[in-house]
Design a binder for this molecule. Structure first.
Ligand code: SF4
Length: 392
């Protein structure tokens, strides 16, 4: 019989200097500057993953690379390797503060590039700034925003009512502060300090949208900001900057990362995809999805058992097997517990593991929402995938 278990919420994200223990060893997250890896850095990371970890590499929902299964006793050697690759912050505080997601479509010298560099430097220097562990910044100044579905607490975007202008916005607020590119980083830090002054953080936790739900942003943030519109999902394929390739469940074997490095500079995206600069095609590689119609793009699944200690069941094998049964335009999220790491928002279809080989089905909700059906076994779902959609 299943028992209700409240998943543990850590309230912080792992880094390289402050890794997180998981069921398969340490999770070490690397915040590549500007979300970009040179071929040497990508090859070096692949080698470190194989030498010190499980040889599996994730891409996070904030466009960071995550080395899994790192052995505790190998952490110091891994850190030395990351330092040699120029992928290490000065200390754990600087690493935690430098939580910036940059539009993957930035171009050298453009406004997004300039602001991201200045913001990273300002956050590194702001040693007195102690923000909640998950507090982050989005720099998204292309002609149209691409990060509105990506979690961030402070956003710097193109002003949609003035194409030459920029708007700094507290997440959740419908007004913002017009800023110049030169002033944007400084104003972003001022807004972070306002968040702290207003009591936005309690015991190291708290998000901007929670504060703006109960308090108006600073008075100077008076310019109207367009409401967040849901973006069409990014798909694998050619872009003006290079080729977007998806990773099955946001994960790939380290040798795929090394192979990709043969083809060019890599940009990390928050969509569980990589952008390989300067190419428009790739040969198939393990763990990569190159076809925009691949059914695996219609499923997401967290690490599940046995990699996550909180997981109640294996998730990804089931997601692979059910992918073809998910109708076009729908999405199936399979979660190892009610925390819903792989898809924190609502999904059309969600299966939440509630026990060993027991899943609850939720429609148009999150992994923690009220289920429509309970105690579905993986075998029953595989035998009759119409259980997912019947009666809807
Ligand atoms: S949702 Fe998945 S990865 Fe997240 S804590 Fe639960 S089992 Fe672990």
């Amino acid at each position: 019989m299943s028992t209700a278990v409240t998943p543990k919420v850590y309230g912080w994200c792992p880094g390289a200097l402050r890794p997180m223990m998981s069921g398969d060893g340490l999770v070490v997250r690397v915040r590549a500057p500007l979300g970009r890896l040179s071929p040497e850095q990508a090859c070096g990371l692949a080698a470190l993953s194989q030498a010190h970890g499980s040889g599996l590499v994730d891409i996070s929902a904030r466009a960071n690379l995550q080395l899994r299964g790192i052995r505790e006793e190998a952490h110091a050697a891994l850190i030395a390797g990351l330092r040699d690759l120029d992928l290490l912050d000065e200390d754990a505080g600087a690493e935690a503060r430098r939580n910036i997601t940059l539009t993957p479509f930035w171009q050298a010298g453009d406004v997004s590039h300039q602001i991201a560099l200045e913001l990273a430097a300002a956050l590194t220097e702001a040693t007195d700034l102690t923000l909640p562990g998950k507090f982050g910044f989005a720099v998204d100044c292309g002609a149209a925003p691409v990060l509105t579905d990506t979690a961030a607490d402070i956003r710097i975007e193109r002003d949609q009512s003035n194409a030459d202008g920029l708007l700094l916005r507290a997440d959740g607020a419908d007004t913002g502060l017009p800023v110049t590119a030169e002033a944007a980083a400084g104003e972003a830090l001022a807004l972070a300090r306002w968040f702290l002054d207003q009591g936005g953080a309690t015991e190291g936790r708290g998000r901007m949208h929670q504060l703006t739900a109960r308090r108006a942003p600073p008075a100077a943030h008076a310019a109207p900001a367009p409401g967040a519109t849901r973006l069409a999902p990014q798909r694998p394929g050619a872009t003006p900057l290079g080729l977007l390739v998806a990773l099955e469940f946001g994960q790939m074997p380290a040798h795929t990362l090394a192979k990709l490095a043969d083809h060019g500079v890599l940009r990390l995206t928050p969509w569980r995809m990589l952008l390989v600069e300067g190419i428009d095609s790739l040969p198939p590689l393990p763990g990569l999805i190159l076809d925009a119609t691949d059914p695996r793009l219609r499923v997401s699944a967290c690490t599940g058992a046995p990699g996550c200690p909180q997981a109640r069941a294996v998730t990804r094998d089931l997601a692979r097997d059910l992918a073809a049964a998910v109708p076009a335009g729908q999405h199936l999220h399979i979660s190892g517990c009610a925390k819903g790491c792989a898809c924190p928002g609502a999904a059309p279809l969600t299966l939440t593991a509630t026990g060993n080989d027991e899943f609850s089905l939720i429609r148009n909700g999150t992994a923690a929402d009220q289920p429509l059906k309970t105690r579905l076994s993986a075998g029953a779902l595989r035998a009759a995938p119409e259980l997912l959609t019947e009666g809807s």
